[in-house]
Design a protein. Sequence first.
Length: 284
Amino acid sequence: MPSQNNTETKIAISKRDNLQQMHSDDPIGIFDSGVGGLSITQCIQQQLPHENLLYVADTLNAPYGEKSAQFIQQRVNEIAQWFIEQKVKAIVVACNTATVNAIDQLRKNISIPVIGVEPAIKPAAHSSKNKKVAILVTKATAENQRFLSLVAQYRNNSDVTIQPCPGLVELIEQDKKASIECQQMLSGYLLPLIAQGVDTIVLGCTHYPLVKALISEICGDGVLIMETAQPVTEQLQRQLTLHQLSNTSKDLGTTSFYSSKHSESQQALFSHIWQRPLQLKHYP
Ligand code: DGL
């Protein structure tokens, strides 16, 4: 079976996850299969500027959207283990595909706050005027039972079209956001949705906000595009407050970037998306 949604990978995450051992100036670990999670990290950095952030891109294994649930769970657990070794106080799974496939088993294994990315189905169903909503996702998310249950639970009588977008993450990872290829691919996914009358589109993959301008251009003004960086940041803030882990330092926090595929082109891609030069380190 290619997609093993209910399979739980046996893991051995070490138990440095006692909340008593956490300090407010410990970093927050954020990860994604690649650069997609930077869209969430930017929002976190802007709104929680005193927090120290560690960002991991598992680029060597991107795209997660084409991988089995078992593989995704294994990678999520390995990255979580590394974060715990770095003494993080919370983990943000800045990836929809990893959230739906692996967050439940991860939460069972560690007790520090783990924040995931839930697609904005509920607000989209409320905002849509004609009750026609589409959600753009990876293949692994589209096939995931947890995700399908969320859609069923929150669709609120809206007609929800689940649109997988294979190939799009790869183009974004190759820094081909502005290419004709990317424009044609997105038009192929979006124009049938527009023809069908969809007035609200949910970006259900953290890579997709990186091509939001292109999506808006193809869809036109009448279509509302919804993303999740803001609710994820608010949920992180709530969890930090709840556990008295918000960084009270007056200094600005630091952000460190790691990738499992370290190269000059990766560093250039990260700097381009982050909109300032940065030092990309090798993960692990
Ligand atoms: N950014 C990811 C997500 O939110 C993963 C994309 C991928 O690696 O396929 O789903």
